[in-house]
Design a protein around this ligand. Structure first.
Ligand code: ADP
Ligand code: MG
Length: 383
């Protein structure tokens, strides 16, 4: 059983006196931008409750830090300027936007600092941390999606400034902690591309869930390790030995699909089949599998889902994932969902309100399941 965080010791923004203080706020504004426009503002909206709370409690000033993608050094191709425009629109007030070196001399009521990854954010740099800390009295961490990283804004900066959790991080921690004290039966559903990125999460889920349904491309590596035929489906050969070693530990909980939608290539005719002949690739789970998954969902009282069941971007192979989304939205279980493509699928076929918790962290959610005391959360708990 994984350790459970002591939620009573979580320091939240509501426990801190912010009146008259300069608050540094770490958000996740890593949003999709096309032609200088933010095309999905979900993450920006998610930061608004904390920002509004801070203003309602009369902070002197808010300085926001965020990253955008993965620039190698200073590169205006990765500017946060479009985010500033969107944030102004959503808050209906001017937002100052500055490069880090111009932070001295800036005094906006709310200031967004240019992409923090233009500087030594990923190096967990003590000098950058110290420099940043000079500008503020309090640090509010509200970027759950990077909590699994040990970066300047998720670690060193917290050693310099009094730190607490914003509302988004608080919500994530409280909802995801339920995984360790779930209502039962607890069904975990894991899919997606690579077993190498999710095997540890699957192992951790086998310790807490009653059933772990595994779909997506990752099953073909498992099936190969078990000596089953997978045709030309996606396999990670370097993972086969590891799976062989781990299988005994997880086989009691893991349920694999019984049939598949196969084709010779993504453009060719799609066929429903119980096995995968040599020349074929499996792109989705089949009807029997979907039926079994629906039955498991109908009996479950607690469900965690990450990762699509098939290559859902192609409509011939979307059925497994679409039916999963539909069954989950009608389920009365407590439902937690997260993951990049998982969220795309939910946006396509359902809406976020139909789920109890939509995590803003893909990787962070998976890592939280492995060990909830993520680096970025350590400093948010009182000793
Ligand atoms: P998430 O971002 O939700 O955690 P992943 O990144 O792990 O999910 O995986 C998503 C990708 O997995 C999707 O783009 C999908 O096309 C792919 N995928 C799922 N099943 C298959 C399959 N059978 N063959 C090829 N690709 C697949
Ligand atoms: Mg993904």
């Amino acid at each position: 059983m994984n350790s459970i965080l002591d939620l009573k010791k979580l320091k939240t923004v509501e426990q801190v006196n912010v009146k008259g203080k300069v608050v540094m706020l770490r958000t996740d504004y890593n949003v999709p931008i096309v032609d200088g426009n933010v095309i999905n503002d979900f993450r920006i909206r998610k930061s608004l409750p904390t920002i509004r709370y801070l203003f309602e409690h009369n902070v002197k000033r808010i300085i926001i830090l965020s990253h955008l993608k993965n620039p190698k050094g200073y590169d205006k191709a990765f500017t946060l300027e479009p985010v500033k425009n969107k944030l102004q629109e959503l808050l209906n007030m001017p937002v100052e936007f500055v490069d880090l070196e111009k932070l001295i001399g800036s005094h906006g009521k709310i200031t967004l600092v240019e992409n923090i990854r233009f500087w030594k954010e990923k190096e967990n740099d003590p000098f950058l941390a110290e420099f940043l800390s000079e500008f503020a009295d309090v640090y509010v961490f509200d970027a759950f999606s990077v909590a699994h990283r040990k970066h300047t804004t998720t670690w060193s900066l917290m050693e310099h400034l009094s730190t607490c959790a914003g509302f988004l991080v608080e919500q994530e921690i409280k909802a995801l902690s339920k995984i360790f004290q779930p209502a039962r039966p607890f069904l975990a559903i894991i899919g997606g591309a690579k077993i190498s990125t999710k095997l540890n999460t699957i192992k951790a889920l086998c310790n807490v869930a009653d059933y772990v349904y595994v779909g997506g491309a990752m099953i073909f590596t498992i099936m190969s390790a078990l000596g089953q035929k997978v045709g030309k489906s996606l396999v990670e050969p370097e993972m086969i030995e590891t799976i062989k070693k781990e299988w005994d530990e997880i086989k009691e909980k893991v349920i694999l699909p019984k049939d598949f939608v196969i084709a010779r290539n993504p453009e060719a005719e799609a066929i429903l089949s119980d096995n995968i002949p040599d020349e074929f690739i499996a792109y989705d789970i089949g009807e029997k599998s979907i039926q079994e998954l629906k039955e498991l969902i109908s009996k479950a009282n607690f469900i965690v889902w990450n990762g699509p069941m098939g290559m859902f971007e192609n409509e011939k192979f979307e059925v497994g994932t679409r039916e999963l989304v539909k069954s989950l939205e009608n389920s009365s279980a407590y439902t937690i969902v997260g993951g990049g493509e998982t969220i795309t699928a939910i946006e396509g076929w359902s809406s976020f309100e139909k789920f109890d918790h939509v995590s803003t962290g893909g990787g962070a959610m998976l890592k939280f399941i492995e060990n909830p005391l993520l680096p970025g959360l350590v400093h948010l708990f009182k000793n």
